[in-house]
Design a protein around this ligand. Structure first.
Ligand code: FNR
Length: 188
């Protein structure tokens, strides 16, 4: 698939870990995207304080405003995240809570794709469906299929070399990015 007018996607990462497997996936996205689509980071959620309405009253954190601007300017967002205790990691939920307080709300009407993984077989499905529920309130348009649920991910991703070693996983991610591009530009 080749996109005629360039599209810009940003990736939002739910893991803070230096050697994150999900970080490895996020960094591989540019090479898996269709021709004409660039993928960059939306920025790190690491520095965001816990959501606090009193802090909000003093002014939104600069790190949040940078992420919000990246999302606002992007044609679509890819959220790549692990599952923690059958749900979304607290740091990602915190980032989404902060983002939800902004006007205009950066996710409103924004095409979003979700990618989860786990060392177990379920591939983060429970977190993925919690995340879909959260994105309803944020008014995002979440892509339905293909779903990216990378089960047994420690055998499919090499976080040392930065490679997705499982070809089927890489191919499915490429298909999802193409589907996201079609969601943004149904005519192409
Ligand atoms: C986990 N993990 C995990 N895995 C899973 O499949 N279901 C779960 O509910 C949980 N819960 C959970 C809670 C906490 C606090 C941690 C630290 C881990 C394992 C998790 O899937 C694994 O750590 C991540 O996939 C690693 O991702 P990164 O950080 O390498 O991107």
């Amino acid at each position: 698939m080749t996109i005629k007018k360039p599209l810009r996607f940003v990736a939002l990462l739910g893991s803070l870990r230096k050697d994150s497997f999900h970080g490895t996936i996020a960094r591989a996205l540019p090479s898996l995207a269709p021709e004409g689509v660039t993928v960059t980071s939306a920025g790190s959620i690491r520095e965001l304080p816990h959501y606090d309405a009193d802090l909000q009253a003093e002014g939104f954190p600069p790190a949040l405003l940078a992420i919000a601007a990246a999302i606002q300017e992007a044609d679509a967002v890819i959220i790549v995240t692990p599952e923690y205790n059958y749900s979304v990691p607290g740091a990602l939920k915190n980032a989404l809570d902060w983002l939800s307080r902004l006007t205009p709300q950066p996710f409103a009407g924004k095409p979003v794709a979700i990618q989860t993984g786990s060392p177990g077989m379920v591939g983060g499905a429970r977190a993925q469906y919690h995340l879909r529920q959260i994105m309803v309130f944020l008014d995002a348009y979440v892509l339905n299929k293909p779903e990216i649920l990378v089960g047994g991910m420690y055998g499919k991703i090499d976080s040392e070399t930065g490679e997705i070693t499982d070809e089927a996983t890489a191919a499915l991610i490429a298909q999802q990015l193409a589907a996201l591009a079609r969601m943004v530009r149904p005519d192409e």
